[in-house]
Design a protein around this ligand. Structure first.
Ligand code: AMP
Ligand code: ZN
Length: 469
């Protein structure tokens, strides 16, 4: 039984899927105006691990995570560089995908982009207007009528009176909204900004409506899990609930999961304080497996401090696991195909306790810190309970269990092979580019090079596939 801490109820609850053996999950993704920073990497790694654990438990996971590709920060970056917004977002989506691959984050079932979903947003806004939950004003802005939604505040556990108090001193002169609590669904364009036609004005969507629409389109009106960093609880997720539940008339998400923040040297990460790292910067010094491992050494609901020393100790910890794994592989290579001895049979049985320990930790609201302890204990057991005389069957049994657990955390124990795979993928991409540029000599040269590496290419309808000859 998997228990999840649900921000909505402030309790750990047993996970009960809407459809047996299936999980629908929406994770708010990054705004793409720059390289992602290591704070953004935390929800990516944490919720990828949640997804992997569901898969390990036999669930089919439909995992949707968006890219916010229309936003003030993107527009600002575009103006600074003198290019259009799309160039900025396209560039940083590509860079983000590269970082995610290097952190061994499984590709999402879908990564919708806000700018491709405008029609759905206009439709949902129209439904909200028709139902009396939203209203356009004279300049073309459409606002959500917050007070009309009964459950407003249920996720962030704020009541409307407190929110009102917080807004009391905000100047409302010149403001066209009915109530300071109302938030924007659609806003008119300003000169030089990307915009789309709508029944209200040429403009662009507010941030919150994007996620309500993309979640509905790809996962349905009610989903199992909605997730993101804790800064999103209010107002982003609170507003998403108000929009989706008012428009669809059913609960939006059964479980709300939020990761705590990553700090640097115990301070909030901030560019102006100079304590700010992109994932790409970290990759210059470390294999991003180390960053992934580091993130998982803490429970996702605890704040996590990042420092040079803590990264070094994560590296040392991961190395201990990798060294144990390497030793096991070497033993397997030279082991005899003898039968399992009775002592080995008992050893295999005993080793099951590490899987049980691991699952117990993960069942308890995805406690990856304790799950890592189970892996350390497993490696210690391997180091003392295997040697040159162990049979292949015994070693392989242990190998398979350890690899299965490491895979839940997204830790790659077969490092060289993975690196080789990356290199092959890169060469294939280079060959594709060469063909696109009609440089067939270069394309053939790359094909020959791959052939020499024992890689055979096949052009299929879904693109180029490769296999080892
Ligand atoms: P943004 O691009 O700011 O919308 O953020 C994308 C995701 O990263 C959201 O889920 C944020 O909550 C999360 N996030 C941003 N900064 C941090 C941080 N320092 N620690 C943990 N999560 C963060
Ligand atoms: Zn969102």
């Amino acid at each position: 039984m998997i228990e999840i801490y649900n921000t909505l109820t402030k309790k750990k609850e047993e996970f009960k899927p809407i459809t047996p053996n299936k999980v629908s999950m929406y994770v708010c993704g990054p705004t793409v105006y720059n390289f992602i920073h290591i704070g953004n990497a935390r929800p990516m790694i944490v919720f990828d691990t949640v997804r992997r654990y569901f898969m390990y438990k036999g669930y089919e996971v439909n995992y949707v995570s968006n890219f916010t590709d229309v936003d003030d920060k993107i527009i600002k970056a575009a103006i600074e560089e003198g290019v259009d917004s799309e160039e900025i977002s396209t560039r940083y989506i590509a860079e983000c995908r590269k970082d995610m691959a290097d952190m061994n984050i499984l590709p999402a079932t879908r990564n919708p982009q806000a700018t491709q979903e405008i029609e759905g947003m206009i439709n949902m806004i129209q439904i909200l207007i028709d139902k009396g939950y939203a209203y356009p004003v004279s300049d073309g802005t459409v606002y959500y009528r917050t007070r009309k939604f009964d459950g407003y505040g249920k996720l962030s556990h704020k009541n409307i009176e407190d929110l009102e108090g917080g807004h009391r001193d905000i100047k409302v002169t010149g403001d066209l909204k009915e109530d300071p609590l109302d938030f924007v669904l659609w806003k008119p364009k300003k000169e030089g900004e990307p915009s789309w036609p709508s029944p209200w004005c040429d403009g662009r969507p507010g941030w919150h409506i994007e996620c309500s629409v993309m979640s509905k389109r790809y996962l349905g009106d009610t989903i199992d899990i909605h997730a993101g960093g804790e800064d999103l609880i209010f107002p982003h997720h609170e507003n998403e609930i108000a929009q989706s539940e008012a428009a669809n008339g059913v609960p939006f998400a059964h479980y709300w999961m939020h990761n705590a923040f990553l700090n640097i040297n115990n301070k909030k990460m901030s560019k102006s304080l100079g304590n700010f790292f992109t994932v790409r910067e970290i990759s210059e010094k470390y294999d991003l497996q180390v960053l992934r491992f580091f993130m998982l050494t803490a429970h996702y609901r605890n704040p996590l401090n990042f420092s040079a020393e803590l990264m070094e100790s994560a590296k040392a910890g991961l190395d201990r696991i990798l060294t144990g794994a390497e030793r096991l592989k070497d033993l397997i290579e030279q082991a005899d195909e003898t039968d399992l001895s009775s002592a080995e049979m008992a050893g295999l049985q005993e080793s099951e306790k590490f899987t049980i320990q691991f699952e117990k930790a993960m069942d308890d609201d995805f406690n990856t810190a304790d799950a890592i302890t189970a892996i350390f204990d497993f490696v210690k057991f391997l180091n003392t309970n295997t040697d040159e005389n162990s049979s292949k069957a015994y070693l392989t049994g242990l190998h398979d269990s350890l690899w299965r657990l490491a895979d839940v955390l997204g830790l790659i124990l077969d490092r060289e092979e993975e690196n080789l795979d990356d290199e092959i993928e890169e060469l294939i991409q280079e060959r594709q580019d060469a063909r696109k540029n009609k440089d067939f000599a270069k394309a053939d040269e790359i094909r020959d090079k791959l052939l020499a590496m024992g890689i055979v290419l096949e052009d299929t309808r879904e693109g180029v596939k490769w296999k080892r000859a």
